[in-house]
Design a protein around this ligand. Structure first.
Ligand SMILES: [Zn+2]
Length: 487
């Protein structure tokens, strides 16, 4: 045999779920190396007919993927001539990829961008060739006894698959975030519309922006912001759940009139604070917002971590919007108290609000990166970002807020979120008015009521009513996740 050489390709680190399963959908596929100088004219003719060669004079060594169309001829020639050599290699992005927005695309978006330099490696994979550049079958290996560094996320592939299937049926545009209630670890997170990493170019200029990760974009929250107003008013001892308010169907603030959903029916009339939350009464929350004043509203919004990134590790994350004090005038308080106007929250921030409540008022950051896998395939902890800690609300306030969220799902606007129609959850709907008579549909909540395990936020962009469009998504996701747990 003549002196050997090699064809090399560089290995790239993998992005894994919490159990070490790859999320990129990578798969092994057969490729053929075509060396025209080794082909007879009749063999060239055959390849020309299949558009594998461009002309009889095409002498470039070329690597092509084996497809349904070319497999027969290439397999046949593989056995006959050194001019065609078939080998197996790993393809990074496949059709079974999950969490495509979180994983992102090599060097450009998501974890693939944030950890680009870590995932890059100088670990080369060699396919050994003889002196005539013909690969020798079976001789492929990594150059050192080492591996490229990888990233292990907190996502759970099974749960990720569940939410993506539910979203494919129910959400054209929007996002879902599922967290473990105790730790704040994100078990699943997805955005729609989806895209395929291996056909990236086709999605670049689409009007519905499938490459945007909507789980970390900012949206008008509507009534899910009432959680902030209620927490602030309770914590500041300005009210209690049994205080009776009056809703006449609308509220006037300065020159602005804000309607309650009960406007057509003449208002909720006398209503307790607890029921005002359960039925999402705008009038009561505007009255509360005025009682609180802008300083308190902004203070508690910021305590909840709104208006700043959660620093989950995704470069595209938006901070949302909590306005500055000087930007808010008296008549704006009506809007802000019901989560309209200048307020902007991302689905991951919305989940974070519930995360803090189910942790009895102790601030928690969502966590997405679990650990790094080093070159010896050992797991290394990762110290990410500025994690905030500390108590932001009393246990008493959290207990009361949760009581209203449980009322909302037992008999109020969140009824459609109940898994198996058992009252085992707490949560809040939001129907956030945006331009052109459109509304974003929200639902944020937790399951089960006693010792919560899951925190979930659902956003259906321009989906209409939170109660009708977002709450049932929550219900179906909880039903499906608990079904795998029970198996
Ligand atoms: Zn009302």
């Amino acid at each position: 045999m003549q002196k050997t050489g090699a064809i090399t390709e560089t290995a790239r680190g993998d992005i894994l779920d919490r159990n070490g399963k790859s999320l990129t959908g990578s798969y092994a596929a057969d490729f053929a190396i075509i060396s025209p100088n080794w082909l007879s004219v009749s063999e060239k003719q055959l390849l020309l007919e299949k558009n594998i060669l461009t002309s009889l004079d095409d002498n470039k060594i070329n690597t092509i993927k084996i497809t349904m169309e070319n497999q027969e001829i290439l397999n046949e020639l593989n056995d006959k001539t050194p001019g065609v050599f078939i080998y197996n290699k790993s393809v990074r992005y496949g059709p079974k990829a999950l969490a495509t927005h979180t994983v992102g695309f090599q060097g450009q978006t998501g974890i693939e961008k944030a950890f680009d330099s870590l995932l890059e490696s100088d670990v080369k994979r060699y396919i050994i060739t003889d002196g005539l550049s013909q690969p020798i079958a079976g001789f492929a290996f990594n150059d050192k006894k080492s591996w490229p560094w990888g990233i292990k996320l907190t996502l759970d592939k099974d749960i990720q698959k569940i939410i993506e299937n539910v979203m494919d049926k129910r959400i054209e545009t929007g996002a879902v975030v599922v967290m473990e209630a105790n730790s704040g670890e994100i078990l699943a997170m997805a955005s729609r519309p989806n895209y395929k990493q291996f056909e990236l170019k086709e999605y670049l200029n689409q009007e519905n922006a499938p490459l945007v990760n909507r789980a970390i974009e900012s949206y008008t929250p509507g009534s899910i912001f009432k959680i902030v107003i209620l927490s602030a008013a309770l914590e500041e001892n300005l009210t209690d759940l049994d205080e009776v308010f009056y809703c006449s169907g609308f509220e006037k603030v300065g020159g602005n009139i804000f309607r309650c959903s009960s406007f057509e029916d003449g208002g909720h009339e006398e209503i307790t604070l607890k029921d005002a939350m359960a039925f999402s009464c705008n009038s009561v929350f505007i009255q509360l917002g005025l009682r609180l004043g802008k300083d308190n509203i902004l203070k508690y919004a910021r305590l909840y971590g709104l208006g700043e990134k959660t620093f989950v590790g995704l470069p595209e994350e938006k901070e949302g919007n909590i306005p500055e004090k000087k930007e808010i005038f008296y008549q704006d308080l009506g809007n802000i108290s019901i989560g309209q106007g200048a307020i902007g929250i991302s689905p991951i921030q919305a989940a974070q609000m519930i995360l803090i409540l189910v942790n009895d008022g102790v601030f928690k950051n969502p966590i997405l990166i679990k650990e790094i896998i080093d070159q010896d395939r050992k797991e290394q902890p990762i110290g990410l970002s500025k994690q905030k800690t500390g108590r932001i609300l009393s246990e008493e306030t959290c207990r009361k807020v949760k009581e209203t969220l449980e009322a909302a799902t037992n008999y109020g606007t969140g009824k459609r979120a109940n898994p198996q129609n058992k009252n085992q959850i707490g949560g809040k709907t939001g129907t956030a008015e945006v331009e052109n008579n459109n509304s974003h549909a929200w639902f944020v909540g937790y399951y089960p009521v006693k010792t919560p395990e899951l925190v979930i936020s659902v956003l259906v962009e321009r989906g209409g009513s939170g109660s009708i469009k977002a709450a049932p998504v929550f219900k179906e996701i909880v039903e499906k996740i608990t079904a795998i747990d029970n198996n």
